[in-house]
Design a protein around this ligand. Structure first.
Ligand code: 5RP
Length: 271
């Protein structure tokens, strides 16, 4: 791996632990103003100090993130469809590698829709993006998207998806946590990070999912709704960091969550 590629990878995966806490705030690219992400700057700004990188579109980057903020960017470069259109899977590349370089990003990400009518199109987009990424030293994150078919998230399907992405040259892969997750990580020769999916019932449930994923070989998270749809997003991302980077158990991380939440409420009451 060339120096530039290695340097960008180490901005996402912290060299101290080899793991990543990526904050996903790209949902608007097909969902529009998602709940609690209606005003992106308000959601993102307090979380920046606790995220190793942000995953977002160029539109939200330019409008809602201070260029002086000390943060790393993984740019969402696929899209072209929306939740109200006929086929969420019919994505193409929306943003050029030249634009990614101009924005000084440390990675680009796109979704692939394996097993759908658009499998070939999205996989060839991945391969082309990898060709360009190799040329410019920019790592490519492949996202094994399932669209509206959340029930597809099992180890057999996701391990196939992750392996196909790695074979096409993706530098790391984002997928969903599932039962037998070790099967997914073991057969994928590049790092795997997990998306959180729709918000779980409790923060403890989300922390358990993250801890299980790490224990079964995940290299981190690229998570959105289970952080910023929490009523206490800063304590939540800090607790997730504790699991990913410091090896906290879910129970210890949940204690941390509760104490940070209480401190936050006392501080707010004293203002
Ligand atoms: C949308 C995405 C999101 O970034 C991803 O799903 C992570 O967010 P969440 O944790 O809310 O699922 O790639 O296609």
């Amino acid at each position: 791996m060339d120096w530039g590629m290695k340097n960008r990878m180490s901005r996402v995966f912290k060299p101290e632990t080899g793991r990543a806490v990526m904050l996903a705030v790209d949902h608007g690219y097909f969902l529009g103003p998602t709940s609690k992400l209606e005003v992106p700057r308000e959601t993102i700004e307090p979380l920046i100090p606790y995220a190793d990188s942000l995953m977002l579109t160029r539109g939200v980057l330019r409008t809602s993130v201070d260029p002086g903020a000390n943060t790393n960017i993984v740019l969402r470069v696929s899209g072209g469809v929306s939740i109200v259109g006929p086929a969420l899977e019919n994505e193409g590349i929306t943003t050029s590698m030249r634009e990614a370089v101009r924005l000084n990003v440390c990675g680009v990400g796109l979704s692939v829709f394996i097993g759908t009518e658009y499998e070939r199109q999205t996989l060839l987009s991945l391969a082309e993006l990898v060709n360009q990424g190799e040329e410019y030293g920019i790592p490519v994150l492949a996202i094994t998207a399932v669209g509206k078919e959340l029930e597809k998230r099992d180890a057999r399907y996701l391990s196939l998806c992750c392996r196909v992405c790695a074979e096409l040259g993706a530098h790391y892969v984002k997928t969903y946590y599932c039962e037998d997750f070790e099967k997914v990580t073991r057969s994928c020769p590049v790092p795997v990070v997990i998306a959180g999916g729709p918000k779980l019932d409790t923060e403890l449930d989300a922390l358990k999912m993250v801890a299980n994923a790490i224990e079964q070989g995940a290299s981190g998270v690229d998570m959105g709704r289970n952080i910023w749809q929490s009523d206490h997003p800063v304590p939540m991302i800090r607790s997730i960091r504790a699991v990913v980077h410091e090896g906290y158990t879910p129970e210890d991380a949940y204690d941390l969550f509760r104490s940070l939440k209480e401190k936050g409420s006392k501080k707010a009451a004293s203002v």
